[in-house]
Structures are given as C-alpha cells and as structure tokens.
Design a protein around this ligand. Structure first.
Ligand code: FAD
Length: 466
C-alpha cells in the first residue's frame, strides 16, 4: 500500500469536518484538517451560534414590553450595539478556541489555509509551503466538509451595495432602516432580530408567502405574527435594481414598487462551497443542484473520498452535518456501515415568535401517504400574553395518517416552539399514534399541554403551495 502522510485529510473545520477528524484521530488514525477561515465553521462563526445570541439580544425588547404589562417599569432601557458585538465576539472566539483545543487533544494536525485537491490522494494547501509555495500533503482518504456560502443574484444591478448574513454579524452600527430580501428561515430570523433591536424592518420576498416548504398554516400564521411585531412584509416583489442615493439605498422592484432603506441584506439562499476545490482532478462529481454527489454512506464518485454536511446539500443543519460525519466514521473506520436517516429531522426557525417543525406538512402528507389525513389544529393566546392583553397567538398543528393513526407531522409557532419540538420529534421518530400522544397526561399550565389534548379534527384545509 502506498505510504501516505495521513490516513485521513479533512477539508473544512466546521460542524461535520471537526467531528469526523476528532473521532478518527481518537481511534488512532493519523488525521489532518485544513481550515481557510476560523475553526468552528459556519455554525460557530457566522451561523447558528452568533445568530442565536442576536435573537436573544433582540427578544429582550419584547420581554420588556410584556414585563410592563406585569407591573414592571423601566426608565431609560436602551440597547448598545457595540457592547453587544464585543461580548458576542469574545464568546465566539472562546468557542472557536475550544474546537481548536479539542482537535489538538485528539491529536489532529490543524493546518490553516485553503486546501485544494490535486488528485484523489493529494491536497495542496495554497501558499503554506516553504517560501510561499503550496504545501503538498497526501492522504489515504479525504473527507470534504467545506459547507456552503450565501448565494446572491450576481447580475442584479447594484447588488454590490447589499450585504449577506456574513456581514450582518459585524455591522459597524445599527441602521435606522433595513430591507431584507428573501423568504427563507435566515431572512425571517434576521428580520426578527433587527425589528426587535428597533430597526425599521421590511422583508421583501418574490413568492406568495414566506418559509416556502413549511406547512401552509405555519407560513400564514407566522407572516401575521411577525407583522404584529412591526415587520413590514412585502410579498410577490422581485428586485430589479439597488441604487445608492444621497439619503440611502433605493430598491426598485419589478412591479414598480420602490423602497428606500439604509442597509439591504440578501438572504436569498446558499450554495455548496465547491468553487476552485479541484474536484475534477480527483474524480469527484457534482449533482444537478451543484452539490457533491454522494451515496447513502456519504461516499463521493471517487473511491477514497467522502463528503458530509452542507456541501452535499441534503438537509443543511448542524446536527445533520455532525450525524453524517459520525456515520462516515463508523462506516469507514469502525467496520460498522451506517447511513444517517434523514427522515423526521426536527428543525426550528428562530423567528419572533419562533417555529418548531418535525415530519410532514399537511400538503406533503396528502401528497406522499396516499390516504386520508387527519389534521388537528389549535390557535390560542398563551397565558403569559393573555395577562397583558397582547394579541399574539400560538399555533399548534398535528398531521395524522388516518390509516395507521400515526402522528406524522408536528408544527408549532409560538414561544419555546424550538424547545418543544425537540421532544415531540422523539414521539414522531418513534412512530407513536395520536392515541398514544393523548394517553400522555398533560403538564399544566403550559402551552405544550395542547399537544396531548387536541380533540377536534379539522375539515380539509387549503393545500396551496408557493
Ligand atoms: P461549515 O460549518 O460551513 O464548515 C465548512 C468550513 O470549511 C468553513 O469553516 C470554511 O471556511 C471551510 N472551508 C471551505 N472551503 C475550504 C477549503 N477549500 N479549504 C479549507 N477550508 C475550507 N443550522 C442549524 O442546525 N441551526 C441553526 O439555527 C442554523 N442557523 C444558521 C444561521 C445562518 C445565518 C447560517 C448561514 C447557517 C445556519 N445553520 C443552522 C446551518 C449550519 O450552520 C450548517 O448546516 C452547518 O454549519 C454545516 O456544517 P458543515 O460542516 O457542512 O460546514
């Protein structure tokens, strides 16, 4: 067998890459990992973690409003963006440092720099060799875990004036006005963040409603709720130009609408990070959507190369990248072939109010299960808000396959929905029936008790998609 520098070379020290590298090194293999930016990847540096800090910072304004309803009063409550940014960045640096330390403890060689494939067993780390030459490293196996990056319409006149989520984490100052283009979860989350921090926020989406792919009741309920929190939602509107003017950025849309703002953020999707990786020289093919083509074990079209996480564009979430990495490690290094099961993966949207979802939407259930579907739906004012007179409503929806009586979808919009859905996901994954949900005694007084007390079936709802 050829003598390689490493048993495994991992490209990308994000959620998937770090987990695979650590496990494999702890199993006694010689492992290196390359990272061109900061260890921790999207999740830790410019995704889930800093975003959640921003959500938590911005939710305080709502908590203060509620608190006033309970008799509290606050004089001069104010938010200081630079103080928040500094604290956030210290925490992100701490977390990234923990990732670096854990790689070191596991015996992984961390190589800072951009890695490019030269052939199926050779990686060049650009400019990191002697005298600025490329450093060349060989490995028996390679794992590509380079993640994704924001996609923006390059041909839109004025797009250079727009930022993406990457820059939103480092704005030098909070704008007075922001326009966010996009209707996916990142767009909706950032709209909530900025609105909560007092920024005049407009969300513009070209489709008929936000959160395409989610249950239609969730989409319409959330659109209404975020409007109650002061976000202006403009649908069916596509950018034609962005122009810098003396007073801000003028956005023009296909239907003749014009909106002036201070900052424009595009959250119009993400694309697999494959550009310039040298995939062709290693025999690694892409699929039709431009992601690395993998089989169910995450193996690419090259025999010794695997890929996990967002670069494969399956379900682009941190826990999924981690589980795919673990399955790769078990399959390749522990003689225990494992496919990560992409079914029933719960997810959350940290909008304000947030969303928690697991399983099928009503539309998907009707399309895929080929039989009758029962729907249970509740909208109510949570106790916490009823006391203060707030008009906010919670939505809870169960989608049940009538033939088997299994709960195949759970959809929640309301406070703590992400926490609730994690537990509901266990029941959905286990295939429990509505009767078994109902046999579970309620916890009172909570919002979640509604999940085990819903009795009335809905008549078939609209199943429109957009
Ligand atoms: P990444 O974490 O993206 O890591 C890839 C790494 O590879 C990066 O560090 C990159 O710099 C490096 N790299 C790329 N190319 C090279 C190269 N050639 N050489 C060296 N290094 C390279 N997921 C959730 O589960 N919950 C959330 O709430 C959530 N919120 C999000 C919010 C935002 C704004 C974004 C953008 C994403 C969010 N995600 C969330 C998604 C989550 O961050 C990703 O699914 C996850 O990070 C994917 O992990 P990964 O290992 O595939 O790639």
């Amino acid at each position: 067998m050829a003598d390689y520098d490493y048993d495994l070379f991992v490209i990308g020290a994000g959620s998937g890459g770090v987990r695979a590298a650590r496990l494999t090194a702890l199993g006694g293999k010689r492992v290196a990992i390359a990272e061109e930016h900061r260890v921790g990847g999207t999740c830790v540096i410019r995704g889930c973690v800093p975003k959640k800090f921003m959500v938590m910072a911005s939710e305080v304004s709502h908590a203060l409003e509620i608190a006033e309803g309970y008799g509290w009063s606050f004089d001069n409550a104010r938010f200081d963006w630079p103080t928040f940014l500094e604290t956030k960045d210290v925490e992100i640096a701490r977390l990234s440092g923990i990732y670096v330390a854990n790689l070191g403890k596991a015996g992984v060689d961390l190589i800072h720099g951009r890695a490019v494939l030269r052939d199926a067993h050779t990686v060049a780390i650009l400019g990191k060799g002697e005298d600025g030459a490329d450093r060349i490293v060989t490995a028996e196996r390679i794992l590509i875990a380079t993640g994704g990056r924001p996609w923006t319409p390059a041909d839109l006149p004025g797009i250079e004036h727009a930022i993406t989520s990457e820059e939103a984490f480092h704005l030098p100052e909070l704008p007075k006005r922001i326009l966010i283009a996009g209707g996916g979860y990142i767009a909706v989350e950032f709209a909530g963040i900025f609105a909560g921090l007092g920024v005049e926020t407009t969300l513009v989406y070209r489709g008929p409603n936000i959160l395409r792919g989610f249950d239609d009741d969730v989409r319409s309920h959330l659109a209404g709720e975020i409007e109650k929190r002061g976000i202006r939602v403009v649908l069916g509107c596509q950018h034609t130009t962005i122009e810098k003017t003396a007073t801000g950025l003028l956005n023009t849309f296909g239907n003749g609408h014009e909106i002036e703002t201070d900052v424009v953020m595009f959250a119009t999707g993400r694309e697999p990070h494959v550009k310039g990786l040298g995939l062709e020289s290693a025999g690694v093919e892409l699929n039709d959507s431009g992601a690395i083509r993998v089989d169910e074990f995450s193996k690419t079209t090259a025999d010794n190369i695997w890929a996990v996480g967002d670069v494969t564009d399956r379900i682009n979430l941190t826990p999924v990248a981690i589980r795919e990495a673990v399955a790769f490690h078990e399959t390749v290094y522990r003689d225990n072939p494992q496919r990560f099961d992409h079914e029933h993966v719960a997810s959350a949207v940290f909008s304000q109010p947030p969303v928690g979802v697991v399983g099928l939407s009503e539309y998907e259930a009707r399309q895929t299960l080929g039989g009758e579907i029962d729907v249970y739906l509740a909208r109510f004012r949570p106790m916490k808000y009823a006391f203060t007179g707030s008009e906010e409503r919670v939505l809870m929806k169960l989608v049940v396959e009538a033939r088997t009586e299994k709960v195949v979808g759970v959809h929640i919009v309301g406070p703590e929905a992400p926490e609730m859905i994690q537990l509901a996901a266990i029941a959905v994954k286990a295939g429990l029936t509505k009767a078994q949900w109902d046999a579970t005694c309620a916890v009172h007084p909570t919002m979640a008790e509604e999940l085990v007390t819903m009795k009335d079936k809905q008549t078939p709802a609209s199943v429109a998609v957009g």
